[in-house]
Design a protein around this ligand. Structure first.
Ligand code: NAI
Length: 306
């Protein structure tokens, strides 16, 4: 099997289902809870005759079943609750991710490793450090989801098709995210030509807090993250060189090092093929710097050895 997903909760199992139904590849679904991944796998396979996919899925508690995977996706850990931020989750999930990375290094040492567990920028940093993998092979899903939300709100405000919106969000996958207004367009028309300043500010606010808004309403976010996990897996597996915001360990890009944060990259067969360094306006640069500082401060508070 080429794709393994660790964590068969809401996001992991929905991502597995998308990977099957979009016919991207077969999936191994792993969880520590007895029978959970087996049950999810069985449930999914029973939809195959209706949706007509031939992919295979295996649910298991055995980490060795990820052996030889080309992509390992980590969705294991605690999810946000309305009253806690992504950063509050940090130390608990850090330990879980650290222990999973050990298994990944053992059983799938050549894989591309995608982190989803929150706070995703910190988990990407831990996975990069703990795995010893080259940085192109360790990346986090966050900004692409923020971008979907940004695109959706622009489309809603203009009452145009979501398909025609192109945009980017960089920075922390969290409250300090930076939607890039001057790189957002509607079929190539800059949004600044179509929307007033107050409308753009409203869209940015909605984007920034839309994850929390969904969590307040239904307890977690599932469908949107699961869809973008499948898109990222497809980009890597098929070497599609998609351009998107991905949490990446920086080595001097944008003037920062030793931090993982969302930046635009080309995502292809080798994982991160290239980090794209964009010219940022002074006010945007300042916001990005603040976002980096938040992540760096959080990294300093990591307690991995207790
Ligand atoms: P969930 O609670 O439904 O599922 C988590 C699963 O992880 C559970 O089934 C649990 O048994 C499993 N697990 C815990 N420790 C494990 C271990 N050591 N090995 C294998 N499995 C283990 O949570 P949900 O909603 O699926 O969210 C999962 C994570 O993804 C959370 O941290 C959440 O905040 C994050 N998330 C990230 C997003 C992003 O944009 N990066 C978007 C949505 C969720």
């Amino acid at each position: 099997m080429t794709i393994s997903i660790i964590g068969a909760g809401k996001v992991g199992s929905s991502a597995a289902f998308n990977i099957l139904r979009f016919r991207i590849d077969d999936v191994v679904l792993i969880d520590i809870v007895e029978n959970l991944a087996h049950g999810e796998a069985l449930d999914m396979i029973q939809t195959a005759p209706a949706i007509e996919f031939d992919g295979k899925i295996r649910g298991t508690n055995d980490f060795s079943e990820m052996e030889g995977s080309e992509i390992v996706i980590v969705t294991a850990g605690e999810a946000r609750k309305p009253e806690i931020t992504r950063l509050d989750l940090m130390n608990k999930n850090a330990k879980i991710v650290k222990s999973i990375v050990k298994e990944v290094v053992k059983y799938a040492p050549n894989c591309k490793l995608m982190l989803v567990t929150n706070p995703v920028d910190i988990m990407t940093y831990i996975a990069y450090k703990e795995s010893g993998f080259e940085r192109n092979r360790v990346f986090g899903m966050g900004n692409i989801l923020d971008t979907l939300r940004f695109r959706s709100y622009i489309a809603m405000e203009l009452n145009v098709s979501r398909e025609d919106i192109r945009a980017l969000v960089i920075g922390e996958h969290g409250d300090s995210m930076v939607p890039l207004v001057n790189y957002a367009s509607v079929s190539g028309i800059p949004i600044t030509n179509l929307l007033r300043k107050e409308q753009i500010e409203k869209i940015i606010n909605l984007t920034r807090y839309s994850g929390s808004a969904v969590i307040k309403l239904k307890g977690s976010t599932t469908f949107a993250p699961a869809a973008v996990i499948a898109i990222m897996a497809d980009a890597v597996l098929k070497g599609r060189n998609r351009v998107m915001g991905v949490s990446t360990y920086l080595k001097g890009e944008y003037g920062f090092s030793d931090v993982s944060i969302g930046v635009p990259v080309i995502l292809g067969g080798n994982g991160i093929e290239r980090v794209l360094e964009l010219e940022l306006r002074p006010e945007t640069k300042k916001l990005f710097e603040e976002s980096v500082s938040i992540i760096k401060r959080a990294i300093k508070k990591l307690k991995l050895d207790e």
